[in-house]
Design a binder for this molecule. Sequence first.
Ligand SMILES: [Zn+2]
Length: 262
Amino acid sequence: MPNLNSPFYRALNEALAERGQDIDAICPADDSVARRVLHDYGAMFVGSKDILPPPVCVFTSEGEVTKFQEAAGWAGARVGSEVIELQPAAMTALLKARAAARAEGLDISPRDGAEGARRNYADTVRLWNSRFLPALDHWQSKGRLTAADTDRLRRLTVWQQVADVLELEKEGIFFSKDLSKSILYSIAAPGASQHIAMLAFDINEFCVERVRELLAEFGWFQTVLSDLPHFTFLGLRQDELRAHGLKCVDIASQQFWIPDVQ
Ligand SMILES: [Zn+2]
């Protein structure tokens, strides 16, 4: 059971109450996979009032995603050669951060084109398969999974695949792109991506400390542990993040603000 008295759960309760929602409705307590997703990607649920987080921690159909995205609204802008789409407040802040970066001779550009920003449900399923299917072949070739295992896994519904993958990862059978860590640090569980929420942007320049500083100044932070190119719009100042239930974890000298669920 998660600690409901932890800073994240207290902040989440408060944020949801203001929107007339409760935690069990957005993320059932008895669904451990959904809770894992909430703990890994949940920072967007405690962001500023200028953004609209999803009504559920996991979308299970394109129809639900479309309805949410239409309610939240989005703005498109050309960034370099790509047109990207984000929630309006996120876009305004991003364009300011980018202008500040360019004034200093730097840049902020989308990784993997338009897919670096808004994604639909089918995009997240396709990206899941881009990690899941090659990893099945790899672990079968290493003898860690049998042909019967991989056949069974391929035939599961996508959400059952997530549950089974997380179990296999407990035994060191990892599904990230480099097969060294959890798939959730490489790609979101289908339907749970912050990109569906239109509050995430993957950039090429994540290694440049000054770029990270500028993004943070405009409310954009790294909030998914080990997903280095991925930034989340929270619309908050860095000195407000702890009060919003997030804690800072340093990895590879980059700062990640993740839900403090302890
Ligand atoms: Zn991302």
